[in-house]
Design a protein around this ligand. Sequence first.
Ligand code: 3HC
Length: 286
Amino acid sequence: MGLGIAFVSAVHAKVPVLLHDKSAAQIKSGLSLMDKLLAKDVSKGKITQEAAKEARDRVAVVDDMKKFRDADMVVEAVSENLALKQGIFRSLSADLSPKTILATNTSSISITKIAASTIPEGKTASDPEGQASTSRVVGLHFFNPVPVMKLVELIAAVQTSKETLERARAFAIACGKEVSSSQDVPGFVANALLMPFLNEAIMCLEKGVATREDIDKTFKLGMNHPMGPLQLADFIGLDTCLAIQQTLYTGTGDSKYRPSVLLERMVDAQWLGKKSGKGFYDYPSE
Ligand code: 3HC
C-alpha cells in the first residue's frame, strides 16, 4: 500500500516523494510495480510519456527516516501492529520538523493511541510540547489497490488539530481521492462493517454451508461485488484481516467481532492469501 500511496502522490498530487522501507527487496518490487503502472497508463493514453517520466523522477528512496526531516507530511503504512507503529511515530516526532504532519494508514488501530506515543520524554500530554506533537497526528486510510480505489477515510485522533485535519484532507483530494470522515473507533467505518462480513463468509465456509466458489459467486453475481468475500480476504491478506478483527474484538469487547477459528488456523499455517501464494485460493507465482 505504501507504493500505491507514493504512486498517487507523485502522479496525481505531483509532489516529491521519499520512500523508505526496511526491506530493500520490497523497495525493488515496489518501484518495478510503479514502472509497470506508469507504462500501462502511458499505453492507455491516460498520461503522456513525459508526465510519466516526471512522476517517476519525483520518487526517491531514502535509507533513513530522518531524511523525511523537512517533509510536509509522512504517511506510515507498516503492518497492523500498535507497538511497531508507536515506535515509528515516537522516532518521527523526535526527528522531524514540528510542521510535518504524521499520518497513519492504519486500518483499525486507535489514532489517539498512536498520537499519544509522540509525547516527548519527560513531558505530559498537556505540556505545550505534548500538545504540539500529538496535534499533528492523523489517520489517512487508503484502500487497496490505492491507484484504483477512489476513497480515503480521514480520522481525527482526540488530539488532532483542525489545521492538521484540513491539510490531510487537502492532500487526499490532491491525490485524486474522495474523502469520508470517521470517528476514531476500532476499524473506523470501513473495517467495522467490512470485517464482520468477511468473517461471516469464512464461518460459512468453516460450517460447510457452501463451497468457497458458491460463497464468492453469491456476492459477485447476486450483489455485483467486484470480488467475493473470500477472494477479497485473500486480496487484503489474511494476516491483515485477522489483525483488524482482533483490534475490533478487543477494542469493543463485542463477540460479534470474534475472528473465526479457520481464519486463525490459516494465518498460523502462513496461508496469508494472494501475497503468500496460498489462502482460500491458490495463486501460482507469475
Ligand atoms: N495496483 C494498481 N492498479 C491495479 C492493481 C494494483 N494492484 N490491480 C488492478 N489494477 C488496475 C488495473 O491495472 C486496471 O486498470 P485500467 O482500468 O487502467 O486498465 C484496473 O485496476 C482493473 O483491473 P483488472 O481489469 O485487471 O481487474 P478487475 O477489473 O478484476 O479489477 C480490482 C481488479 C480493481 C482489484 C477489482 O477486483 C476490485 O475493485 N476489487 C475489490 C477491491 C476492494 O474491495 N478493495 C478494498 C479492500 S479493503 C481495504 O483496502 C481496506 C483495508 O484496510 C483492509
